[in-house]
Design a protein around this ligand. Structure first.
Ligand code: IPM
Ligand code: MN
Length: 360
């Protein structure tokens, strides 16, 4: 029986609309093939929403997300805001507002290696080969959302500012549960990353983790300081299976992790939580490439695969998208980030994947 898929499409800024078009075409092709009914609506977020509404995540966009079963998200950001610390509204605020309002407390970023791209990794092939782990990043707490003071001159005439790395026990418990449940479906190994030798918030993380771990006796748990984890990830990426950490550490470690596979243009992510889940590539809006039809659409296409699997429990559909992406890589039918000398355009790669799905 076919399902009805109600999707909100938030393409955002920069290359967002170009890569989204390809991911949408792939989604349509999959729905057609498997007899699902696709109902999608588009809405603005990021710089384009600031231009239109003065708000990077307008209420109308939020309503659409709430009414949908899944959100496909492109990227936000515009250089005109990047070097202006005084800007009152910023595209990234839209992303943070969406995370908070949709209760997206878990960000899941798989780090996979593709055999044919191993030589693209900045790390030695023999180190990277076989690396396959997921980072689970807490996404609605910590310094991103704690009490903060923007730069201000204090009573002593000194300018100051601060952020607060606040975490409550329930926030930590729910993200750790996500990590342990994941590990059960994988290699049964969780690494809790913190800075418990220095930070009080990390000591609460570790305390809670040490209480929860014994409830998952089939899962091996280890604890690692974030500085050490940053090093281990480069020295020995195959060590990891499921890594779980707080918002800020996760932000930094997932960028580091993203280059292991050789191209940022290949990695999707899922953000899940209380309301509608969001699926997005981990790369940014790449404004230099906007409108040039050169950006790699595969990360967004793979995000659509995650959407089929996670939001709709349609595993076969997701697997077919992955197979098509793998085939395009094997055929070296790729964008310039992967092969400069033999590059195809964003739309050509998208069409190749769509055709593969139609013929499969
Ligand atoms: C990410 C991004 C965001 C973050 C920015 C754009 C606010 O870097 O999704 O990792 O810091 O969380
Ligand atoms: Mn980031």
């Amino acid at each position: 029986m076919g399902k009805k898929l109600k999707i909100a499409v938030l393409a955002g800024d920069g290359i967002g609309p170009e890569v989204m078009k390809q991911a949408l075409d792939v989604t349509k092709a999959v729905c057609e093939k498997f007899g699902h009914e696709l109902e999608y609506k588009e809405a603005l977020t990021g710089a384009c929403a600031i231009d239109a509404y003065g708000d990077a995540y307008p209420e109308s966009t939020h309503q659409l997300c709430m009414e949908s079963d899944a959100v496909l998200y492109g990227a936000v950001g515009d250089p005109k805001y990047d070097n202006d610390p005084t800007a009152k509204v910023r595209p990234e605020q839209g992303l943070l507002a969406m995370r908070k309002k949709l209760g997206l407390f878990a960000n899941i970023r798989p780090v996979e290696t593709f055999e044919c791209l191993l030589h693209k990794s900045p790390l030695k092939e023999e180190l990277v080969k076989g690396a396959d782990f997921i980072c689970i990043r807490e996404l609605t707490g910590g310094m991103y959302f704690g009490k903060k003071q923007e730069p201000v001159v204090n009573a002593n005439g000194v300018e100051e500012a601060y952020d607060t790395n606040y975490y409550s026990r329930p926030e930590i418990e729910r993200i750790l549960k996500v990590a342990f449940e994941y590990a059960r479906k994988r290699k049964k190994h969780v690494t809790v990353v913190d800075k418990a030798n220095v930070l009080a918030s990390s000591r609460l993380w570790r305390k809670v983790a040490q209480e929860i771990a014994p409830k998952y006796p089939d899962v091996a748990t280890d604890y690692m300081y974030v500085d050490n984890a940053a090093m281990r990830m480069i020295q020995n990426p195959t060590f990891f299976d499921v890594m779980v950490t707080e918002n800020t550490f996760g932000d930094i470690l997932t960028d580091e992790a993203s280059v292991i596979s050789g191209s940022m243009g290949l990695l999707p992510s899922a953000s899940i939580g209380e309301y509608t889940s969001v699926f997005e590539p981990i790369h940014g809006s790449y404004p230099q490439a906007k409108g040039k039809n050169i950006a790699n659409p595969l990360a967004t296409i793979l995000s659509a695969a995650m959407m089929f699997e996670y939001a709709f429990d349609l595993k076969e559909e997701g697997a077919l998208i992955r197979k098509a992406v793998q085939a395009s890589l094997d055929a070296n039918y790729v964008t310039e980030d992967i092969d400069k000398n033999n590059a195809h355009s964003t739309s050509e790669v998208g069409e190749w994947v769509v055709n593969y799905i139609k013929k499969a």
